[in-house]
Design a protein around this ligand. Structure first.
Ligand code: ACO
Length: 322
């Protein structure tokens, strides 16, 4: 029986940091509101770094932390909703910068759950025995889609990238993955592409920034995060005490606290770094996992659950032994 495992992680963020006090100079908000309602204290915002720049820096660190070299990488998958171009994809641009041979490289969009979807694809590709080492990345410059006049959303987001080398292994590894989606047909979390524009139609896009019904997203998140953690445990005959850590998508500290309470896993086992980064969408989970590993919170042999939700509405979770 073959498995896949995490074989190296890395992350990168833009140089420029903006605090809540910085945002209070451009919209009617304040540090107390943002910290108490979200847990966010600051975020990194791209000035000149592209999504590909961030993905590249995170990828180099993940390769360096792994047991392989760039020559061993057989596929690159990038989860992003903010590629530099509609095409070529971030993964295709990375291929040249990383000096990779002719291997499959592609982007996927599953919003904030994108990294778990990428992990699922990499895991299944490795289990099929077609591949040995796959580089997966969650990378975003979400602040390009932010409406900087909307205090309901602009305080929430930040930019960054997280990367992992996923490799074939004799032992688990990635023990189980759940991915799913429930159509957000009412558009509670939406950002339009350019409007239909051709010689016969010229429609004006109404929503070229992120639009969010925060309360509806909050309700979805607080339902799906605990249920995904519980499903992963039940499917694998595990008890919550068997879990060393939960690394959740960093969208709102209150969402993580609610999941902790509902599943009965104490907050000191829930990794939280939203105070430093805000919500970095598909980059949030791999940034948090890499940081937890580098800080020694997640150690070789530990078993952890990672879980995410996002636009779509998509969701996903994975049960992983390091
Ligand atoms: N500063 C000060 N006041 C604010 C701010 C702000 N930045 N934002 C909203 N308010 C005000 C509102 O206008 C409202 O005032 P009112 O009562 O006079 O109308 C009041 O605060 C309360 O607003 P609520 O929306 O009820 O605040 P809530 O406690 O629900 O928190 C939040 C809002 C933080 C957005 C929360 O709903 C949330 O986190 N939702 C989930 C968001 C999320 O996870 N999004 C994922 C995005 S993923 C992606 O986009 C790729």
């Amino acid at each position: 029986m073959k498995y896949s495992k995490i074989n190296g992680t890395g992350h990168a963020v833009p140089r420029q940091i903006y605090t809540n006090d910085d945002l209070a100079k451009i919209v009617d908000t304040n540090d107390e509101w943002i910290v108490s309602r979200t847990g966010i204290k600051q975020r990194h915002i791209s000035t000149d770094e592209t999504t590909t720049d961030l993905a590249y820096n995170a990828a180099l660190k993940a390769i360096e932390a792994s047991s392989v070299t760039l020559n061993d990488i057989e596929m690159v998958i990038v989860a992003t909703v903010t590629p530099d171009h509609a095409f070529p994809g971030v993964s295709n641009l990375l291929q040249k910068r990383l000096g990779l041979d002719e291997i499959p490289t592609f982007d996927i969009n599953a919003a904030c759950s994108g990294f778990i979807y990428a992990l699922n694809i990499a895991d299944k590709m490795i289990l099929s025995s077609a591949y040995n080492h796959i580089l997966i990345i969650g990378a975003e410059t979400l602040t390009r889609l932010t409406d900087w006049s909307d205090r309901n959303t602009c305080v929430l987001f930040g930019d960054g990238a997280g990367a992992m080398v996923i490799s074939k292994s004799e032992t688990p590894g990635i023990k189980d993955i759940i991915v799913g989606s429930r159509s957000d047909d009412e558009g509670h979390l939406i950002c339009d592409s350019p409007a239909l524009k051709n010689p016969y139609e010229n429609k004006i896009s109404q929503q070229d920034h992120i639009h969010m019904n925060g309360r509806e997203v909050f309700k979805f998140a607080t339902r799906v995060m605990p249920s995904t953690i519980v499903n992963l445990l039940e499917r694998n005959n595990m008890h919550k005490d068997d879990i060393d850590y939960v690394v959740a998508h960093q969208a709102n500290k209150r969402i993580i606290e609610k999941a902790s309470k509902d599943v009965g896993i104490p907050m000191d086992k829930m990794y939280v770094n939203i105070q430093n980064y805000g919500n970095t969408s598909a980059a949030s989970v791999p940034i948090a996992i890499d940081e937890a590993i580098r800080k020694g919170k997640l150690k070789p042999g530990d078993t952890f659950v990672t879980v995410a939700f996002g636009g779509g509405f998509t969701y996903g979770g994975a049960l992983i032994k390091l």
